[in-house]
Design a protein around this ligand. Structure first.
Ligand SMILES: NC(=O)c1ccc[n+]([C@@H]2O[C@H](COP(=O)([O-])OP(=O)(O)OC[C@H]3O[C@@H](n4cnc5c(N)ncnc54)[C@H](OP(=O)(O)O)[C@@H]3O)[C@@H](O)[C@H]2O)c1
Length: 325
């Protein structure tokens, strides 16, 4: 089977097409004939920093859509032939992907395979950030960094649907503001100077929920615009700064809650809980309440181009690789 591999860490140029032996699903696993593979920011960290890479050569890719080819020992479903989306630790940029059965999700008819490849990572993540951790309620003011990207595009819509009274997006360049506004954001600010604008927009009260995939100094600056009983969720370190720290003095004055989230860790530790989140998140997509726009599609062999685009910080929505779609 064809797959994208890298044999050393580095820039997009380390990605190449390879012919690999076909793999069979082991106990508890499902083999999926991949139609499309989603491209995620995490894939860039895997390729450039070796994030979660145990051995080389390595096939990146944490989400796919396709059709079940075979199931391993002890797996009772989904049956071969079922259209599915899957979340997997690695190996998604390939004609056949092997996923744990616990994170293979049958697709509602209303969801196409192209859209389905864009769902497993960002939609449950945005749903969990806002509902499970952020405890979104009617009237909350929500702030989302990287608002025009994959998670951000979904979070804006879910926040609005969940009753937020104001949804503020932050982007590194206002070129992406129009996209964010289309997907639920009331106002869009820039990363270099969002604090003052958030305080102005909220009459000095700050926001109730803030979602931070950037980390570094952005985390502390975001903490400073949380209102009383505000909740901040850290779920990435895209800015690449030092790990953030928050203590009693930072949180007690305004009774702030600080939380973290990792979908891969939830998938590994509590797949049943993840499945409940996925069911709710996919139902919102199937009902047309949330749209996940695939803004660019690349051939599998052009995975490096997709990485270059995502790395340029100019992309919006989701990027996918067409494998057999
Ligand atoms: N914890 C979890 O379970 C989980 C799950 C999914 C995603 N995430 C995190 O959520 C974030 C969004 O993921 P995504 O896959 O949906 O990606 P994405 O938002 O489509 O793209 C990444 C975004 O990160 C921002 N960014 C900041 N520094 C960057 C850099 N050095 N290079 C490229 N982009 C940079 C850019 O937005 P701006 O320039 O506008 O800021 C870019 O649009 C990532 O940080 C990812 O690691 C975490």
């Amino acid at each position: 089977m064809r797959a994208i591999v890298f044999e050393e860490l580095g820039g997009p140029e380390v990605l190449s097409v390879a012919e690999l032996p076909e793999r069979r699903p082991g106990p508890g696993q499902v083999a999926v004939d991949v139609a499309y593979a989603g491209v995620n920011f995490m894939d860039l960290m895997v390729r450039s920093q070796g994030h979660r890479v145990d051995t080389l050569p390595f096939v990146p890719g944490v989400e796919v859509s396709g059709v079940v080819r075979a199931v391993g020992e002890g797996v009772t479903g989904p049956a071969p032939g079922t259209r599915v989306a899957a979340h997997l630790p690695a190996g998604g940029y390939a004609e056949t992907a092997i996923a744990p059965a616990s994170t293979v999700f049958p697709l509602p008819d209303a969801i196409s395979l192209r859209t389905a490849a864009a769902l497993p990572n960002v939609v449950p993540t945005a749903y969990a950030l806002l509902h499970e951790i952020g405890r979104l309620k009617d009237g909350d003011r929500v702030l989302v960094h990287s608002a025009a990207g994959g998670v951000g595009t979904v979070a804006g819509q879910l926040a609005r649907k969940g009753g937020a009274s104001a949804v503020y997006g932050v982007v590194s360049s206002l070129d992406k503001a129009q996209h964010a506004v289309k997907y639920g954001y009331d106002r869009v600010f820039t990363t270099d100077a969002f604090e003052q604008e958030v305080l102005q927009a909220t009459g000095g009260q700050g926001v109730d929920i803030a979602l931070d995939p950037l980390g570094g100094d952005v985390f502390g600056r975001t903490l400073s615009v949380l209102g009383r009983f505000g909740r901040i969720v850290s779920y990435g370190n895209a800015a690449g700064g030092d790990p953030w720290q928050a203590g009693y003095a930072d949180t007690a004055t305004r009774a702030i809650s600080v939380a973290g989230f990792s979908l891969p860790r939830l998938a590994a530790a509590d797949p049943a809980r993840l499945r409940a989140i996925v069911d709710a998140a996919f139902a919102a997509v199937a009902a047309g309440e949330v749209e996940v726009p695939v803004t660019e599609e690349f051939e599998l062999a052009d995975a490096a181009q997709a990485h270059r685009l995502l790395e340029s910080r100019t992309s919006t929505g989701k990027l996918v690789l067409r494998v057999a779609g």
